[in-house]
Design a protein around this ligand. Structure first.
Ligand SMILES: Cc1cc2nc3c(=O)[nH]c(=O)nc-3n(C[C@H](O)[C@H](O)[C@H](O)COP(=O)(O)OP(=O)(O)OC[C@H]3O[C@@H](n4cnc5c(N)ncnc54)[C@H](O)[C@@H]3O)c2cc1C
Length: 406
């Protein structure tokens, strides 16, 4: 069995990398080292939803109670609305067993909650990876600060512009989707007392606006998707004026409630949305990928982090079954086979969800668009929220073993 003598590096101390550190430490007992480029662990001041499929994993890893205590579970199902605020349909928000719900998280709180479950001595800050090289059965990592180190294996959790990705797949970088989002958080006390504590999405012509509660309902998150031909070969995020955002949702065609929400916002920033076709491979020998590095996806299903969390559990499950270090490449191959299938479905689904929210393409027929959203809601509850990443990995291990020993 792999264990204390096995040294695995995780590049990236974001939500995916930290969850992987927790899962690997807890389930496999290997020696984990996390390398993060920033000088401290942190995240942008915006929200993120932890979906029920990720909450299930976090529960098994023993961190869900802490996450729930600083997050916000909504009062009930969310709603999809048309631009004028008319109800289109309700949104899935919990699994079929009603055990796990969507949790609205302020990103810095989520990072803190995950970091509190990781031994700080294993996290090396200020280490920006420059290159990964396979050396013998292991890997050699070189950092921009001059540090170099050898490991038995490396996991690239280094996000959308991953350096590790180039070592496993000669795939071009993610491409700009033609959309930006305005993002930010607002103090919930600025909203009317009867503002619903649920997720709401207003869907208009080529743009949408989403809002949901965070941080024990003290904050509200907002994300507004808007087409933009802003050239994104330079920075792909930055500060923005609230007046720009307000102008995108002004006029008679928009729900006055939404306009009231926007006029209470005092700070926002913009963020370019990137998309990627599924990669042809995630693993090569003792090198593998996880999270956005492996499966950059549009945010319209709120599954990016949740998939990184599922990846972490699956990867730990496959690694725990490895007999010794020489089995790690096979464990990574098995992990890749199972996870690539799952995440490709969600990458495609996120693209389609965005097209629906913004009434593009075939969804110019709004009656069809609305019917498709209703179908999507049931798919989300069953196939997305009920998914048990650990169980699927264990079942796959059983299948792999049968093939191997038959
Ligand atoms: C507008 C918007 C809304 C979203 N909403 C949701 C949502 O509701 N639910 C959801 O599940 N997902 C959502 N997502 C997606 C989610 O944010 C990402 O999928 C998630 O952040 C991916 O986590 P990660 O750990 O893989 O990568 P990241 O969060 O990008 O973390 C990568 C880490 O690696 C570090 N790093 C990068 N390069 C190097 C290097 N060379 N050396 C060392 N360290 C490095 C970075 O500093 C960072 O800490 C949303 C995304 C956007 C843009």
């Amino acid at each position: 069995m792999v264990g204390r003598n096995t040294r695995i590096a995780i590049v990236g101390g974001g939500m995916g990398g930290l969850t992987a550190a927790i899962a690997l430490t807890k389930i496999t007992g290997v020696q984990v080292t996390v390398f993060e480029q920033a000088s401290r662990l942190g995240e942008v001041g915006a929200g993120v939803t932890i979906a029920p499929n990720a909450a299930r994993v976090l529960d098994r890893l023993g961190v869900l109670d802490r996450i729930r205590s600083v997050g916000a579970v909504p009062d009930g199902h969310g709603v999809y609305l048309d631009a004028m605020g008319g109800m289109v349909t309700d949104a899935a928000w919990e699994d079929t067993a009603k055990q796990y719900q969507n949790i609205g998280m302020y990103r810095p709180d989520l990072i803190d909650a995950l970091a509190s479950a990781v031994d700080p001595h294993i996290v090396h800050l200020g280490h920006r990876l420059k290159s990964v090289e396979q050396r013998g059965a292991g890997v050699h990592l070189t950092f921009e600060n001059g540090a170099e180190e050898d490991f038995d294996a490396v996991i690239g959790a280094d996000g959308i512009h991953s350096v590790v990705r180039a070592a496993v797949d000669q795939h071009p970088d993610p491409v700009y989707s033609g959309y930006i989002v305005y993002r930010g958080v607002m103090d919930a006390s600025r909203l009317p007392d009867d503002w619903p504590m649920i997720s709401q999405v207003w869907m208009g012509n080529s743009r949408h606006f989403m809002a949901y509660p965070l941080q024990q309902r003290k904050l509200f998150n907002f994300v507004a998707g808007i087409p933009s031909d802003r050239p994104l070969n330079g920075p792909w995020s930055g500060p923005a004026e609230v007046s720009e955002l307000a102008a995108e949702f002004s006029g008679d065609g928009w729900d006055p409630r939404l306009q009231h929400f926007i006029c209470r916002i005092d700070k926002t920033f913009w963020w370019g949305l990137f998309d990627h076709e599924p990669l042809s491979n995630w693993s090569r020998g003792p090198i593998t990928l996880l999270g956005d590095a492996a499966h950059t996806m549009l945010p319209h299903q709120g599954q990016g982090v949740s998939q990184a969390i599922e990846d972490s559990m699956a990867l730990a499950t496959f690694l725990a079954a490895a007999e010794d270090v020489s089995d790690i490449p096979e464990a990574f191959r098995r992990y890749t086979a199972v996870r690539m299938q799952r995440t490709a479905i969600l990458q495609n689904g996120s693209r389609r969800a965005g097209a629906m929210f913004d009434a593009q393409y075939e969804f110019q027929n709004l009656a069809k668009r609305d019917a498709d959203i209703r179908v999507g809601r049931d798919f989300r509850r069953g196939a997305v929220f009920d998914y048990d990443a650990q169980k699927v990995a264990e079942q796959a291990l059983g299948r792999f073993r049968k093939v191997q020993y038959a």
